[in-house]
Ligand binder design. Structure first.
Ligand SMILES: [Zn+2]
Length: 238
């Protein structure tokens, strides 16, 4: 008897999660579904390494299919915080794995977001742990990116601002007059180069509060490809 299982495949710096379903069919079939789930149907008894080898051979194609579907996911549906659900971090999807443990812990492991908690059946607890994890990582990553962007935009001659985090539904960031920039915590789900775009946009606002031609000339000076980054951010399933 073979039992169905889920695992992941390493592809470059990426991990692709997949599910294996054993059936009575005679050949193996790999399908990428529009919700970005990879399903392998294999004849009952097919060895795990044989499945892995087939997946590795098709990895390029799978990645291409995933990219194709991901661009159509307009907006992530409300999260249920249940095992198997996918959550984003720095532009990559991670599948939620929830397990009962004595101590609470959140870890990224391969293609998975592993949540350990004594209260593993409570969605509230799981949500709380994930939100806290995102917040801590957002502050750390945004601070690092700000330093990098600030260095590139030295010509602005503005003092280094502080970062404040807030969960916002309609905007990625804004800048205050008192030398701080406000960033949406949700931005941590977007790729780094989109995060840099938002930071650079706000940094330039420290010099010019408008969205005039002059402002955009300034932005283009420090980030010539800002438009491409903006488009990517707006199409991201964050
Ligand atoms: Zn603006």
């Amino acid at each position: 008897m073979s039992t169905n299982y889920s695992s992941s495949l390493k592809y470059g710096r990426d991990h692709i999660a997949f599910e294996v379903i054993y059936t009575k069919r005679k050949t193996m079939e790999i399908a990428v579904h529009p919700d970005a789930i990879v399903i392998v149907k294999a004849p009952t008894g097919t060895a795990v390494n044989k499945i892995a080898a087939r997946l590795a051979k098709r990895a390029r194609w799978i990645r291409k299919q995933l990219n194709y579907f991901q661009q159509f996911i307009p907006c992530t549906p409300p999260r249920q915080y249940a095992g198997g659900e996918s959550h984003l971090y720095l532009g990559r999807q991670y599948r939620l794995k929830i397990r009962k443990a004595k101590k609470s812990d959140v870890k990224l492991k391969g293609a998975y977001f592993e949540i350990s908690t004594p209260d593993h059946k409570s969605r509230e607890t799981v949500k709380g742990l994930i939100d806290q994890w995102y917040k801590e990582h957002a502050l750390r990553i945004f601070t690092q990116r700000l330093e990098i962007c600030f260095e590139k935009a030295k010509g602005l001659k503005v003092p280094l601002p502080n970062i404040q985090l807030r969960k916002m539904s309609k905007r990625w960031g804004s800048c205050g007059t008192a030398g701080y920039i406000l960033l949406n915590t949700e931005l941590i789900k977007a790729p780094l180069y989109c995060i840099d775009y938002v930071i650079m946009h706000e940094l330039c606002h420290l010099k010019d509060h408008t969205h005039s031609h002059k402002y955009y000339r300034l932005l283009a000076k420090f980030m010539p490809d800002w438009q491409r980054r903006k488009e990517r951010l707006e199409s991201a399933a964050v």
